[in-house]
Design a protein around this ligand. Structure first.
Ligand code: IFM
Length: 441
C-alpha cells in the first residue's frame, strides 16, 4: 500500500477547446482551432471542437461529478478567445464563465489550477502573424493580467502555457495542429515567443497577486544511440527546460537548429528564466530514437526521422505510444536532480484506448492498469525524494483529441457525444478510491 503525503492533490486535467463546445456562445471569438478544424482533411473524423463534451453548458454537473468522485483538484484551461474575442478586447461574459467555474469548484472543496494557454490562439492574432511574431507574447501577457485581475484572488495555482513544444512545432512546422503552417523558421520563433509570453505572463500575474505560477511542459525520457539521444532530448526537453531553469538556450541545440536562429533579444532570457513556483510535467511515454541522422535539421517534425520505434516487448496504447511507467519515475527524478528545485506536479498522464459501453458500464481495464502503474511510479519518485505535490489524470472526460477528433478517448468518464450522457468508467471508479484514500491500494 503506497500512501501519499497529506495535502497531495488528486485531480483531472482538461482543456477548453477539447471539452467546452459552445464556440459561438456569449461573444466568444474564433480561435485557430475553429479555423483549422473547419478545413476538410485536418481532423480525422471531420469534426470540430463543437459540441465536444458541451461542458460550457454542463459545467455545474461536471463539477458535481468531480466532487462525487472525491477529487480535490481540477486543472482546466481558459479559452483566450472567450475572454478576449479579438485577442485584446475583454468580453466580460466570457470571463464570467470561468468566474462561475472557480466558484463552483471552491464550493465543492476542489482546488482550481488554471492554465492560460492550451493552444486556442484567437484567430485575429494569428492573422497578425501568430506566435512567430513577438507581439503575440505581449498580447498574451495582457490577457494573463485580465484573467489574474478577475481570478487570482481565488485560484492558487497557475500555468501560463501548456506544452509549448506542441504549440510551436506541431502548429508551425509539421502543421498537424492549428494553425497548420509548415515553416520551420516560424516554429523556432514561435517556441521562443511562447517562452517569452510565459515569462511576461508570470510578471503580469505576480504584479497582481501572491499566487503560485509556472509552466507545463510535455517531457520525455529519450533512449537510443548517444548522439540521437542528445539531439532529441535537446529539441524536446532542454530547448525549454534550460532557458526556464538555467537562463540560457543550450549551445548544442542552437547548433542543431541552424540555419534557423532563435530570435532572442537582450533581456529575454532573464524574463524567461525568472524563478517559478512550480513545474507541470505532462508524461505519456518515452521516445526511442536511432542514430540514422545525417546531420541536417529536420524541423518538419523535430527529430521525426529518429522517433517512432517501440522498444521490443513493450505494450502500446491505441495511439501506438509505448507504455513504461518507470519512465515517469525516471523523468521526475531527473528533473529534481538536474534542474533547480521547484515543486513538481504531474499535470497530465493518461492513456488512449477504445471503450465499449456494455449494460451502461465501461470496463476500461487497460486504462485502469496504465493509471495504476503510473500513480505507483509517481509514488516511487516521491519515495526517492522528489518534491511532487499533485497528480492530474488526463482526462476527466472523453473529448476532442485535436487532429484525431472524437474517436480517441482518454477520459475517466465516458461521454456519448450524441446525447452527452456521462458514464464513470472503471478507471474513474478506481481513481476515485485512490483520491479518497490518498493511497494506491
Ligand atoms: O489531449 C492532449 C492534451 O491536449 C495535451 N497533452 C496530450 C493530450 C493527449 O494527446
Amino acid at each position: 500500500m503506497s500512501t501519499f503525503p497529506s495535502g497531495f492533490l488528486w485531480g483531472t486535467a482538461t482543456s477548453a477547446y477539447q471539452i467546452e463546445g459552445a464556440t459561438t456562445a456569449d461573444g466568444r471569438g474564433m480561435s485557430i482551432w475553429d479555423t483549422f478544424a473547419d478545413e476538410p482533411g485536418r481532423v480525422a473524423d471531420g469534426h470540430t471542437g463543437d459540441p465536444a463534451a458541451d461542458h460550457y453548458h454542463r459545467m455545474p454537473a461536471d463539477v458535481a461529478l468531480m466532487s462525487e468522485l472525491g477529487l480535490n483538484a481540477y486543472r482546466f484551461s481558459l479559452a483566450w478567445p472567450r475572454v478576449c474575442p479579438d485577442g485584446v478586447t475583454v468580453n466580460p461574459a466570457g470571463l464570467d464563465f470561468y468566474d462561475r467555474l472557480v466558484d463552483e469548484l471552491l464550493t465543492h472543496g476542489i482546488t482550481p489550477s488554471a492554465t492560460l494557454y492550451h493552444w486556442d490562439l484567437p484567430q485575429p492574432l494569428e492573422d497578425r502573424g501568430g506566435w512567430p511574431e513577438r507581439e503575440t507574447a505581449y498580447r498574451f501577457a495582457d490577457y494573463a493580467g485580465v484573467v489574474a485581475d478577475r481570478l487570482a484572488d481565488r485560484v492558487p495555482l497557475w500555468t501560463t502555457v501548456n506544452e509549448p513544444w506542441c504549440a510551436a512545432f506541431l502548429g508551425y512546422a509539421s502543421g498537424v495542429h492549428a494553425p497548420g503552417r509548415r515553416d520551420p523558421g516560424a516554429a523556432v520563433a514561435a517556441a521562443h515567443h511562447l517562452l517569452l509570453g510565459h515569462g511576461l505572463a508570470v510578471q503580469a500575474i505576480r504584479s497582481r497577486a501572491a499566487t503560485r505560477v509556472g509552466i507545463t511542459l510535455n517531457l520525455f525520457g529519450v533512449f537510443g544511440d548517444a548522439d540521437a539521444v542528445r539531439r532529441i532530448d535537446g529539441l524536446q526537453n532542454r530547448l525549454f527546460l534550460d532557458p526556464l531553469f538555467r537562463g540560457f538556450y543550450p549551445a548544442d541545440v542552437l547548433d542543431d537548429l541552424l540555419p534557423y536562429a532563435i530570435p532572442v533579444r537582450d533581456g529575454d532570457v532573464e524574463i524567461i528564466g525568472a524563478p517559478m513556483d512550480l513545474l507541470g510535467v505532462n508524461f505519456y511515454r518515452d521516445h526511442a530514437v536511432s542514430s540514422a541522422w545525417d546531420g541536417s535539421p529536420n524541423l518538419d517534425w523535430p527529430g521525426s526521422e529518429h522517433i517512432g520505434h517501440v522498444r521490443r516487448g513493450l505494450p502500446v496504447t491505441d495511439l501506438g505510444w509505448e507504455i513504461r511507467a518507470a519512465g515517469l519515475t525516471e523523468l521526475l527524478v531527473r528533473l529534481a536532480s538536474e534542474y533547480p528545485t521547484v515543486p513538481l506536479y504531474v499535470h497530465e498522464n493518461g492513456a488512449c484506448f477504445a471503450d465499449v459501453v456494455m449494460d451502461g458500464a465501461v470496463h476500461d481495464h487497460a486504462r485502469l492498469a496504465y493509471l495504476s502503474d503510473h500513480v505507483r511510479a509517481a509514488h516511487t519518485a516521491l519515495a526517492a525524494g522528489v518534491d511532487l505535490r499533485g497528480y492530474f489524470a488526463w482526462s476527466l472526460l472523453d473529448n476532442f483529441e485535436w487532429s484525431e477528433g472524437y474517436g480517441r478517448r482518454f477520459g475517466l468518464v465516458h461521454v456519448d457525444f450524441e446525447t452527452q450522457r456521462r458514464i464513470v468508467k472503471a478507471s474513474g471508479e478506481w481513481y476515485s478510491e485512490v483520491a479518497r484514500g490518498n493511497r494506491v491500494p
